[in-house]
Design a protein. Structure first.
Length: 114
């Protein structure tokens, strides 16, 4: 059995642009402090593109989409599934653009704290 890496949520954001919304949480390795990825959910309301809510894990630094399963209990875990290669183009572009901006914002916040 492979050893599970422990990750910790260090940053979270939400946004809506037009009729597309999303939230995301940035996670780092507890062992190394290195950024591991984002847990995101995105959806649309009231018009095209018609996107049902969908949860993904996006790896860093390549922003590859992965299926994810949350196990919510006394020691909540995230199980990463295979890479998802069939993400709606509108969703993928929105998520990648938004996460790029959020990471920049997070880095700026970190530099102000130093």
């Amino acid at each position: 059995m492979a050893e599970q890496e422990l990750v910790e949520k260090i940053y979270s954001r939400t946004t809506s642009v037009g009729n597309i919304s999303m939230w995301g949480t940035l996670h780092v390795s507890r062992q190394t402090g290195k950024i591991k990825g984002w847990l995101t959910d995105s959806w649309s309301q009231g018009g095209p593109p018609y996107l049902h809510p969908k949860l993904y894990w996006l790896t860093k630094p390549d922003y590859k989409f992965h299926h994810v399963r949350l196990n919510i209990d006394y020691r909540s875990t995230i199980e990463l599934g295979p890479e998802e290669t069939d993400v709606e183009p509108e969703r993928a572009a929105f998520i990648r653009t938004t996460l790029g901006q959020w990471e920049q914002d997070w880095l700026e916040d970190q530099s102000k704290k130093s």
